[in-house]
Design a protein around this ligand. Structure first.
Ligand SMILES: Cc1cc2nc3c(=O)[nH]c(=O)nc-3n(C[C@H](O)[C@H](O)[C@H](O)COP(=O)(O)OP(=O)(O)OC[C@H]3O[C@@H](n4cnc5c(N)ncnc54)[C@H](O)[C@@H]3O)c2cc1C
Length: 485
């Protein structure tokens, strides 16, 4: 059967915040745009559809104080100082090895920081309102603002702008590979419609905004390892992200960026049917594994800055699960809706031994663990709203804050596993969102934004993924349209 052929200026793959920002911006800059998404119209929007979309900014005009420093502190392992010596020069004059290196390019981060305010102003111009979030986490080190209506509002507003101004959207159409002309320029996308029907779409530029590979069991196992089986998707939206966008670009010689062996982790109630069912109450009790043992400092600092590293320790336990053990005193905690985002109730019992029975962990070990912890608690002022310094004495591992004895029935527990919000491994771009090849040169006609644009290593710079998608999606659409004008 003859493949279907249609020609556009810009094809965008994916209708999350990155893809929609790219499509609307390309259209505003004069391009004839086609957006493809593997999901149906009712489910398209990937992770963006399900996120609250916290943004690491003090206001629509200012990013957080630590914005660029946090990226710099998580720039990509032990970087070779000899190679880094050239980073201070203009990026176009960098040697090819440095341009293509898998690390956080400070120019990209500087662009993210400087383009965030104008991008939010642009979104406001498309009907999205932002407001500051007073209590984003039980305790927070950095500010957050949010769009009214969360990520869904971004998806709905931008889709409306795109379609009302004549943009084409093909749902239930999955991009599979890139088409190239005989000079190596990207010239379109080979896609697949329902019923394994092939659809070739011609274009002068392609923006890959199809998310990470958290929806692809084979890629998760290959890059993160067999224990990825224990990860729980943060939302059903992420399951549509099967990594083809990243793979199709790597297949034509794109350079990788972002930590392929890692992902954004969040503490999640595995019983929940909700997107984003995070459990942030654990700093007020102890965490025990299947053996009934503590394994981590549950209260190392503000929740927003420490939940990811604590969750990674939970993932490392037997079967990737732990329980937050609490007691009756937790009923008095403020901000319950923020501390427990699961709709599932705590598992309760009148004694620790009964609780252990319900959890399937050895009762004697749980009693001994909690007994040792209680004995290490000292008198002091407990303050759940801030880092209170109420630490255990002589306990290993220590608990650095909010250490008060667990001695008041009913005893309670929440199971916690690591959710996978999105994968870190993606494509190397410059600050115009152009995908670079392994020689550090832009691949003509190819752009990447959102999760598909790799930028994270180590600890995720919290509340920057939606922002990064919007900023570089908008830049990609604009540059793609201008480059072909
Ligand atoms: C519950 C939850 C809470 C979160 N909280 C925050 C937060 O507070 N702040 C923050 O910054 N981030 C947060 N995140 C992460 C953030 O939402 C995402 O990383 C971000 O929205 C990703 O945007 P994206 O456009 O790159 O990808 P997505 O929004 O995932 O969109 C990708 C789109 O590509 C489509 N697609 C995939 N493969 C193909 C293909 N081959 N062909 C065609 N289409 C394809 C998918 O169907 C999907 O529509 C959260 C995520 C979740 C789930």
């Amino acid at each position: 059967m003859q493949a279907q052929q249609t020609a556009y200026d810009v094809i965008v793959i994916g209708s999350g915040v990155a893809g929609l920002s790219a499509a609307v911006s390309a259209q505003e800059n004069g391009a004839k745009v086609c957006l493809v998404d593997r999901a149906s119209a009712a489910e398209a929007g990937g992770n963006t559809r399900h996120t609250g979309a916290y943004i690491r900014m003090k206001s629509v005009d200012q990013v957080s104080d630590d914005f660029e420093e946090h990226f710099a502190a998580n720039a990509g392992g032990y970087l070779d100082p000899l190679m880094m010596a050239d980073v201070a020069r203009d990026q176009p004059s960098w040697p090819p090895l440095l341009k293509a290196l898998s690390f956080v390019d400070p120019n990209v981060v500087a662009t993210l920081a400087s383009e965030s305010p104008p991008t939010l102003a642009w979104l406001q111009g498309h009907g999205v309102q932002f407001f500051p979030l007073d209590v984003p986490f039980p305790t927070s080190a950095q500010p957050r603002i949010v769009p009214s209506g969360g990520g869904l509002a971004l998806v709905e507003s931008l889709t409306k702008v795109l379609t009302q101004k004549g943009g084409t959207v093909l749902y239930e159409t999955a991009a599979m590979s890139l088409l190239q002309d005989d000079q190596g320029r990207v010239s379109g996308v080979r896609s697949q419609g329902r019923g394994h029907r092939r659809i070739d779409l011609q274009a002068r530029a392609v923006v890959i905004a199809s998310g990470g590979f958290q929806g692809n069991a084979e890629m998760l196992t290959r890059y993160i390892g067999p224990r990825a089986l224990h990860l729980r998707a943060m939302s059903v939206g992420g399951r549509y992200n099967k990594g083809e966008g990243i793979r199709m670009a790597l297949d034509i010689g794109a350079a990788p960026c972002g930590d392929f062996g890692s992902y954004h982790a969040s503490p999640f109630d595995p019983r929940s049917r909700r997107a984003g069912a995070s459990i942030y109450i654990y700093p007020y009790g102890v965490l025990v594994n299947k053996e009934g043992l503590r394994f981590v400092d549950e209260g190392p600092g503000e929740t927003d800055e420490t939940y990811e590293s604590v969750t990674r320790r939970i993932f490392a336990q037997t079967d990737g699960i732990a329980w937050s053990i609490l007691d009756g005193k937790t009923d008095d905690l403020p901000n319950q809706a923020v501390t427990v985002k699961s709709e599932q109730p705590a598992i309760e019992a009148d004694s620790l031994a009964q609780l252990a029975g319900k959890l399937g962990i050895p009762a004697d070990m749980l009693e001994r663990t909690v007994g040792d912890y209680n004995a290490a608690c000292v008198d002091g002022q407990f303050d759940p709203r801030r880092v209170d310094g109420l630490a255990t004495r002589g306990l290993n591992p220590p608990k650095s804050n909010w250490a008060r004895p667990l001695n008041t029935a009913p005893f309670k527990a929440y199971p916690i596993v690591s959710s996978i919000v999105f994968t870190f491994g993606g494509l190397k771009t410059d600050s115009l969102a152009r995908v670079l090849n392994l020689e550090g040169d832009p691949i003509p006609g190819l752009y990447a934004a959102g999760e598909a644009q790799g930028l994270y290593y180590g600890n995720y710079t919290g509340a920057t993924s939606v922002l990064k998608g919007a900023v570089f999606g908008r830049i990609a659409g604009r540059d793609a349209a201008r480059a072909i004008a």
